[in-house]
Write a protein that binds this ligand. Structure first.
Ligand code: UDX
Length: 443
């Protein structure tokens, strides 16, 4: 059992802290937000993640998980400090390292025994080296402090499971001492460990995320071509998936990826490559395809309806994917303003994303249009002349083709997540437009 501190209680920090405590370590999570610290001490999570609060409460009760604003005492006696603060995207596409650097300095000023600083935040290649330099310059006490890279691969909505049952733990170290300590910390997880140097570990994170983003953009590119040549992207994906060199995951075409990772990490690597005078063409294409793909649903609806003026539009799903209330880079955010600008009367449903969405729009009129939030997909669909689906929530998938026909004024559905069977929708009298699949004539 080790004494660990975790800097930052966002997705990465909090989930890391809780999972470390669950594996027997004594963990103190540090955050600068007093209110947040207070509620976390009561076992209330500031983020929505399946199973997280349960584990928080269990480990708080067991005396292994603590929350504090007093970073100095937390870092002072720690065997290792995990940094999980954000690295948001700057205007030019580069990663903003301000929070990581601030925390690194605080750690250097506080540590009173040998300590390993573990950077979990996604940071550009070479950052670990820079942080190591910064820390060694700012150290107050005569102790050994080293820096290790340990990228995080969790996905929102399955963060706890992704951490406790990760496919691999990647550790990037520059000394045997650091490698051994980190291996020891992760030993109770009983997961495969890939041990490499710091720069390679930093690159594994970007290369993995960006490869997945590339895979999605590739499928979206092929989906658009499928529409032109009369093929069906779902059948194409199925045919591809039996080749285990390709695999069956992340082959779903749709209205593009959103979230806090793919958009940021594709831009960051592309930016980094440019700093080295290299054109990372795969990422340039991935980013371009994704930003165009996000508007596909709006464009299809616009082409079919010509105008949205005074038209009741049901919007189903707002978050960037199901299982999270996160709206960062969500395709809905790119489409709703266009619909409102053009006078649509929107009735929007999302099981948990509405509060966050309201930070962008309050209820009522905007531009030419109106937005009203409702509590069920059925309420959104009643009397609507068009429906746009942005997120494949279970509650939305549960709406049957027949319900669209019965509830809507005109059963016209634009589905950005390919939820329904094309033939079944047509058989139920629904005019159904999806991504990369044909539009069938209604019988
Ligand atoms: C992702 C990575 O999966 C995770 O490993 C990394 O640590 C952080 O980034 P996350 O952003 O939470 O996680 O969500 P993910 O489930 O990967 O989905 C990202 C986006 O891609 C969503 O908008 C989703 O709708 C979209 N997507 C995913 C597709 O459009 N098609 C697919 O086949 C898969």
């Amino acid at each position: 059992m080790k004494n660990l501190a975790v800097a930052g209680t966002g997705y990465v920090g909090l989930v890391t802290g809780v999972c470390m405590a669950e594996n027997g370590h004594n963990v103190t999570c540090v955050d600068i937000d007093e209110q947040k610290v207070k509620t976390m001490r009561d076992g209330i999570s500031p983020i929505y993640e399946v199973g997280l609060e349960e584990l928080m409460r269990k480990n708080i009760e067991a005396g292994r998980l603590h929350f504090t604003m007093d970073y100095s005492s937390a870092y002072k006696e720690a065997d290792a400090v995990f940094i999980g603060v954000g690295t948001p995207e700057k205007e030019d596409g580069s990663a903003n390292l301000q929070y990581v650097e601030t925390v690194a300095k605080q750690i250097a000023e506080s540590v009173a025994k040998d300590c390993l600083i573990v950077i979990k935040s996604t940071v550009p290649i070479g950052t670990n080296d820079k942080i190591a330099e910064l820390i060694n310059k700012s150290l107050v006490n005569d102790v050994k402090v080293e820096v290790a890279s340990n990228p995080e691969f969790l996905a929102q909505g399955s963060a706890v499971k992704d951490t406790l049952e990760a496919a691999r733990i990647v550790i990037g170290t520059e000394s045997e001492w650091a490698e051994n300590l980190l291996t020891e910390i992760y030993a109770p997880f009983n997961l495969p460990i890939v041990s490499v140097n710091r720069r390679s570990a930093e690159m594994v994170k970007y290369a993995s995320n960006d490869f997945l983003a590339l895979k999605i953009s590739y499928m979206n590119d092929i989906a658009n071509l499928c529409e032109l040549v009369g093929a069906d992207i779902q059948d194409v994906a199925e045919g591809m998936s039996y080749d285990d060199r390709i695999g069956s995951k992340f082959l779903n075409a749709g209205i593009g990826y959103g979230g806090s990772c793919f958009p940021k990490d594709t831009s960051a690597l592309e930016y980094l490559a440019r700093q080295y005078g290299y054109d990372l063409r795969t990422m340039q294409a991935t980013i371009k395809i994704n930003s165009e793909q996000k508007l596909k649903l709006y464009e299809k609806a616009k082409q079919r309806l010509e105008t949205f003026e005074g038209i009741k539009v049901a919007v189903l799903g707002l978050t960037f994917k199901p299982g999270t209330d996160d709206l960062r880079e969500a395709p809905s955010l790119a489409n709703v303003p266009l619909l409102l600008e053009q006078g649509a009367d929107i009735y929007a449903y999302d099981p948990i994303g509405v509060d966050n969405f309201k930070q962008f729009y309050s209820e009522g009129s905007h531009g030419q249009g109106n937005i009203t939030y409702v509590d069920s997909p059925e309420d959104a669909l009643k009397g609507a002349a068009a429906c746009l689906i942005f997120t494949e929530w279970g509650e939305i998938k549960a709406v049957t083709p027949n319900q669209y026909k019965d509830l809507m004024q005109t059963p016209l559905v634009f589905d950005g997540r390919n939820i329904y069977n094309v033939q079944e929708m047509a058989d139920n009298g629904v005019e159904y437009h999806s991504i990369g699949r044909p539009v069938k004539n209604i019988n």
